[in-house]
Design a protein around this ligand. Sequence first.
Ligand SMILES: Cc1ncc(COP(=O)(O)O)c(C=O)c1O
Length: 372
Amino acid sequence: MLARIRSLFPVTREKIYFNHASNGPLSRPARQALIEDLRLYSRQADYDLPEYFRRLEKARTTVASLVGANPEEITFTPSTSYGVFVALCNLNLERGDRLLVMDEVFPTVRCCVDQNYPHVDRRYVKFGGRDPIDAVRGHLTRKTRAVVVDWVNFFTGEVLDLDRLGKYLASRRVKFVVDGMQGLGALKIDVRKTPVDFMAGGGNKWLFSTQGIGYLYVNRKNFRDLKRTPTGWLGLDWPNFDSYKKMPPIRNDARRFEMGTRNALGAHALTINIGILEKFGLDRVEAKIQEVKSSLRRGLTELGYEILTPANGRQSGIITARPKGDPAMLYKLLTANRVVLSLRNQALRFSPHFYNNAAEARKVIAILEDAG
Ligand SMILES: Cc1ncc(COP(=O)(O)O)c(C=O)c1O
């Protein structure tokens, strides 16, 4: 089974690919499908219209089923940032309203908040290593509209307990906005049990898709309060495209945020790759990643590296460690040995996925050990 899964990802033949927190490689079936799509595009410019919609709706259903949502709770976006922006627009923020933001977020959330909402009372609070309820409790006021967080810390890999915080915030009627980019695909979530109001992410890391396709989950509880922005002509509920004389009504769900023509090729890749993950089973994906990560943790600890990823709590796909020696030199050495990873803040960030194995982890450790 694992050999078959590895054969679906050609990158495994050439490299030890531990860099899914940056980008995930396209699977072989997705590549094949995209090549066929491009052939078709060069012959006739696009899918036939019914096929275009069929593909989009298939992708929507697939993303919805991955998170436990209904299809109309999913809207496609070009990136995580766009999804976070749509969520913030729909919090109906007014001057003086408070937003609590996780201090450790990747710049996606920070820039969306600071650049687009300079007039609101933005409070950054540290979550690292803390119980999430303790982190927010002292900062909640009557004016607090939402808490905005990253599900998984892009640097340390620490996983936020969305379930615990989501339930607490729901009981306080405070909205919960999540950047799920470093979580979904490596970790399982069921939004029927874990209350989140908005969760945005992109397809190009843990979901192995192309860049330019992302998702925003909008909990249907929010449909009644959704604003009409941002939207455009494809946010309207067109019965057909035979005439443009009369404008149909705007959709009353997450799909209203699809402003214009969508990335159908990216959506196609997303459908195929999520299909691969679902077939393997998200529980098993999580367990497989942990196997590799444990092996890395053991080896790096023995080498005397400072492990920056907490050992307790749920584990993401990221493990980051600071070596005693020169991190840039070790990064170069690993890269020269066809190990793909990231150098972040003077530390080595490894991010394996479900098709990686402990033998690859041991090989990485052996290279680092040789370096002394
Ligand atoms: C937590 C997190 N969110 C979002 C992104 C990317 O955001 P976007 O899809 O808007 O480029 C990254 C990394 O690139 C990330 O680590």
